[in-house]
Design a protein around this ligand. Structure first.
Ligand code: AMP
Ligand code: ZN
Length: 466
């Protein structure tokens, strides 16, 4: 069975062939760390996590790189307005560096709660300013750039394939189309073409920015798009396999990344471009600017597990919009709870056995994820496995499927308890049976020292790792 992935560039679901199998280079655009992320952002990161897990499940060796945008993303898409980091700093009375540090940490913490596998390289724009300057120099040497009073710009008319990622279905968010029609944003009169974008912005005269660097063109800071090109090339090479983001990145950010990278190298940048659709709330894209956005912490305060949200994301294909509501989250929560209760019961009571029936269902699970990450279909195979297989088979199936689902269905290492831990657990069981609570408590402490936490429930003694 072949993995097929939808490629925004070819507008079709194509058989996936990496450049140098089994290695796969994967670049996913990371967050701008000026505020908390909302669950809409995390829908995109969950989709990318499923992609990475699927590739690894199918035997690929994935080098996953993600950037952290900690400078240069301006409040307007037209390279105007303030730097989002400085806006965050003014809002909270902190420095831009403190803001970046704080929201990078909250992103990393949230990612753990969602069980997102950490990228192998998590790289900050501010740590790669020399690489960005070098890339602008390369573009300058090839005649793609010009200077205005506020920065160095990329001349999009010099790159004939400009906008090749954008198709008519993206026109509802099409910056390119909007600007050509002159409708969406004010056009900087110094730009040669409305679609030209900043590679380097000068610090405004007479002001000292918190984040600024010297460059051959003057003191300033990099434009937003250049960081991804510079860092992707540094860690993955000039041409690599897959580049991802949310659909809003198609018309501007990714379009500009392609223009500046392919302009500089003369080679294709990423072979596959994959984009996750929006999470909607009240029929509109969930967005920080629209107010009313929901953070993961808001859900936790309401008593949800972040993995309830992860499970909700699997209810729709990643290329379809998904409506967020608490009713939908409640349904996801109860679906996940029944699956998890079942998984934990069979993990306690059975050893996994990979029978022919298990293999057949795992093949169908693989078929679903190989069909452009069809998670709704994959979940329906999971339901079938839970209905049809005996406990040992379910155990084996769920252990495998959860490598992609990432729902922590079976307590980690359920099968790998050290013999001395098993002995202590059994001793505690008998101590409780004999109502020797002092001994049971002492055993609880000994187990805690070994990283095993005990909970006494009406169904008996349960354990989990710390
Ligand atoms: P940003 O920090 O704005 O660059 O956004 C981080 C990621 O979240 C990007 O890949 C965006 O495309 C994605 N994103 C933003 N809003 C949504 C949404 N409502 N639904 C899904 N993804 C989103
Ligand atoms: Zn990017």
């Amino acid at each position: 069975m072949e993995l097929a992935l939808f490629n925004t560039l070819t507008r079709s679901k194509d058989p996936f062939k990496p450049i140098a199998p089994p290695k796969v280079g994967l670049y996913t655009c990371g967050p701008t760390v000026y505020n908390y992320l909302h669950v809409g952002n995390y829908r995109t990161y969950v989709f990318e996590d499923v992609l990475r897990r699927t590739l690894e499940f199918l035997g690929f060796d994935v080098l996953h790189v993600m950037n952290i945008t900690d400078v240069g993303h301006l409040t307007s898409q037209a390279d105007e307005g303030e730097d989002k980091m400085e806006v965050g700093a003014a809002r909270e009375g902190k420095t831009a560096w403190e803001i970046a540090d704080f929201y990078t940490k909250t992103f990393v913490e949230d990612s753990k709660l969602l069980n997102l596998i950490p990228p192998k390289v998590l790289c900050k724009a501010t740590d790669h300013v020399p690489e960005q300057i070098d890339l602008v120099k390369r573009l300058e040497a090839k005649g793609f750039t010009y200077s205005t009073s506020d920065g160095v710009y990329f001349d999009t008319s010099k790159f004939p394939a400009y906008g090749k990622l954008v198709s008519s279905e993206h026109t509802f968010i099409s910056f390119v189309g909007g600007l050509k029609a002159g409708a969406r944003v004010e056009v900087n009169p110094e730009k040669r073409n409305p679609t030209d974008f900043a590679l380097w912005k000068f610090s405004p005269k007479g002001t000292k920015r918190q984040m600024e660097w010297p460059s051959p063109w003057g003191v300033g800071f990099p434009g937003w798009h250049i960081e991804c090109s510079a860092m992707a090339m540094k860690y993955l090479g000039e041409t690599f396999d897959i580049h991802c983001g949310g659909v809003d990145h198609i018309p501007i950010h990714h379009t500009n990344e392609i223009a500046q990278t392919e302009g500089a190298t003369g080679k294709p940048f990423a072979k596959w471009w994959m984009h996750g659709e929006f999470l909607l709330m009240n029929n509109a894209k969930m967005a920080k600017s629209a107010g009313g956005f929901i953070r993961l912490q808001d859900l936790q305060e309401k008593g949800y597990d972040p993995l309830d949200y992860r499970y909700l994301c699997f209810q729709a294909h990643y290329r379809k919009q998904l409506d967020f509501s608490l009713a939908a989250l409640d349904a996801a929560k109860s679906g996940l709870k029944s699956l998890r209760d079942r998984a934990q019961l069979i993990a306690r009571e059975s050893k996994p056995a990979r029978t022919k029936d298990v293999e057949a269902l795992l093949d169908r699970f693989k078929e679903a994820i190989s069909d452009d990450l069809n998670m709704p279909q994959a979940l329906s195979v999971v339901s079938e496995a839970v209905k049809k297989l005996p406990a040992e088979g379910q155990h084996a199936f769920l252990l495998e499927a959860d490598k992609v689902l990432g729902l922590r269905l079976i307590p980690e290492g359920a099968q790998e308890l050290a013999p001395e831990v098993v002995k202590l657990l059994n001793e505690r069981l008998s101590a409780r049976k004999n109502k020797d609570f002092a001994a049971a408590d002492a055993l609880r402490k000994m187990l805690a020292d070994k990283g095993i936490l005990i909970e006494d429930t009406k169904d008996g003694q349960r354990w989990k790792r710390k």
